[in-house]
Design a protein around this ligand. Structure first.
Ligand SMILES: Cc1cc2nc3c(=O)[nH]c(=O)nc-3n(C[C@H](O)[C@H](O)[C@H](O)COP(=O)(O)OP(=O)(O)OC[C@H]3O[C@@H](n4cnc5c(N)ncnc54)[C@H](O)[C@@H]3O)c2cc1C
Length: 475
């Protein structure tokens, strides 16, 4: 059970209240329970076990940089771990740290559109969906549509190096980001001017992209914006097998066709849609979307059709793609599966160069199949040189307790991470590391890269107050 009273002293709570105002400090059991987890299955299993050991001691919601600086001063003086929090849609246990002070950025909610520069400057706490609504009203889009955009924030996007489903046209967070403001652990302000290209030393915004709250508190970001697309066109086809589908999408991108959206489902993940739409059984399924100026879309779709046909595609009606688009934010299936105490399911997003991607697919499957009821894989972000894979598993521990579910999750995770590294892949393409994948960070980066990352953390945050343990970096 969660303890009804916080461990933070009344004196300290009063100090925090004097900084942000009484109504913006929460230390009651309900608030601490809510902030004790995001969307990671292990956090959910702890919740089911009534284990609140990862609950914060209090939550504070500042509204200005000065307030953040005072909170940082408090944390540095008292050694209180401070965890930045956006929308809580993270899936890597990035914010669940027992005894911490959560710093929730949602009051950083201002939005300024600059139609001349084609940029928007948004506070870290702006929810992705709200930003998009504001932009759409003015004829623009940010083009960043993660499946979690109804709850994820701009600060969270930057801190996790996020990616949206239409990344092929608009880019990933590091492509869309043109400037930012962050408060460093010592209270100094990092202001990266909104100029997308420069040659003035290492790119300091890189310290924040994917930093997961461990290197600084992002307070605002300036992002590219684009005119709303004139046209969107879908293409849908099946392949006799996943390797043929992989070859086809590699040819597409390497022959300069740039779909906004790519979704290639392997035979197992395609099966339910294939059944629903009466497509050929035991086939891989691909759908693509092109969007932008009508002429460009028409050329891209026509050229894509030629390349896909040369690579063995059988074209299908686009209803299956439209069906995905309609239900694209629905994750209820996975949530329901995880609600059963002994069951665990998750999507692990990994990536590898093209020459390793088929091996990655085969070895991740082979590692997970003995542990799971079902393994589904789809490929949805492609580059000239590499491809990412979502490996989705549904595993049931039998004994039907959250403890057993939790242990099974660890086995599935370990099997996938090891298979991924052995196949030359990266352990996270965009969900981040948090605490879930921290054990594999050294192998991911190699000795030199890992030591550098740890040194950077020590230099920036000598007291280790900002999200200690995130990214696997301990004091
Ligand atoms: C159903 C579902 C679908 C998803 N789909 C996608 C997807 O398509 N693409 C994708 O990239 N991700 C996806 N995610 C993962 C998640 O939504 C992203 O990682 C998102 O960017 C997290 O944003 P958030 O505001 O919710 O961050 P939080 O969950 O609040 O925090 C995540 C991490 O970022 C840090 N952080 C948050 N805000 C700040 C800040 N202002 N300054 C410094 N650090 C900060 C936290 O400390 C933590 O380490 C999905 C998640 C779910 C549950």
């Amino acid at each position: 059970m969660i303890t009804p009273t916080t461990r933070i002293s009344t004196h300290d709570l009063d100090r925090l209240k004097s900084i942000v105002g009484e109504e913006y400090v929460y230390s009651d059991a309900a608030a601490r329970a809510i902030y004790s987890r995001t969307v990671n299955p292990l956090e959910f299993k702890r919740f089911q076990m009534g284990d609140y050991s990862h609950a914060p001691d209090a939550i504070v919601q500042p509204a200005s940089i000065q307030e953040i600086q005072q909170i940082l001063a408090y944390a540095n003086q008292t050694g209180t771990p401070l965890v930045p929090y956006g929308g809580g849609s993270g899936i890597a246990e990035g914010t669940s740290l027992g005894g911490s002070l959560i710093i929730d950025l949602k009051r950083f909610d201002q939005v300024r559109v600059n139609s001349t520069n084609r940029t928007v400057t948004a506070g870290a706490g702006v929810i992705g969906r709200h930003l998009e609504e504001i932009l759409n009203q003015q004829g623009f889009t940010c083009g960043h549509f993660p499946q979690s955009m109804n709850s994820a924030t701009i600060g969270g996007y930057v801190a996790t190096a996020a990616i949206g489903t239409f990344s092929g046209r608009y880019g990933k967070m590091e492509d869309i980001l043109v400037g930012l403001e962050a408060v460093l652990p010592n209270g100094e302000i990092l202001h990266v001017k909104p100029i997308p290209r420069r040659s003035v030393g290492p790119h300091l915004e890189g310290l924040m992209i994917g930093s997961e709250g461990a290197f600084g508190i992002v307070t605002q970001a300036t992002l590219k914006i684009f005119p709303l697309p004139e046209k969107r066109q879908w293409l849908c086809c099946t392949f006799a097998g996943t390797p043929a589908g992989l070859q086809a999408i590699r040819h597409l991108i390497q022959e300069d066709v740039r779909p906004a959206l790519v979704r290639l489902y392997d035979e197992a993940e395609a099966a339910a849609r294939i059944k629903k739409f009466g497509l050929p059984h035991n086939h891989a399924l691909l759908f693509l979307a092109f969007e932008g100026p009508a002429g460009l879309v028409a050329w891209q779709a026509a050229r894509a059709g030629e390349i896909l046909a040369e690579n063995g595609a059988t074209f299908q009606a686009v209803d299956v793609a439209l069906d995905w688009y309609h239900y694209r934010f629905d994750t209820s299936g996975m949530l329901r599966f995880n609600q059963k105490p002994g069951s665990v399911g998750d999507s692990l997003e990994i990536a590898a160069p093209w020459e390793d991607i088929e091996t990655l697919w085969r070895t991740a499957r082979a590692a997970l199949e003995p542990l799971s009821q079902a393994v589904h894989v789809h490929f949805s972000h492609i580059y000239d040189n590499e491809c990412s894979a979502y490996v989705i598993f549904y595993a049931d521990s039998g004994p039907n307790t959250p403890q057993a579910g939790s242990e099974l999750y660890q086995q599935c995770l370990k099997a996938t991470m090891e298979a991924c590294l052995a196949a030359g892949g990266t352990i996270s393409h965009h969900h981040g590391v948090g605490r879930t994948k921290s054990a594999w960070m050294k192998m991911e980066h190699g000795e030199g890269g890992w030591d550098l990352l740890v040194e950077l953390k020590h230099a920036l945050d000598p007291n280790h107050i900002l999200n200690p343990g995130a990214l696997g970096i301990e004091k």
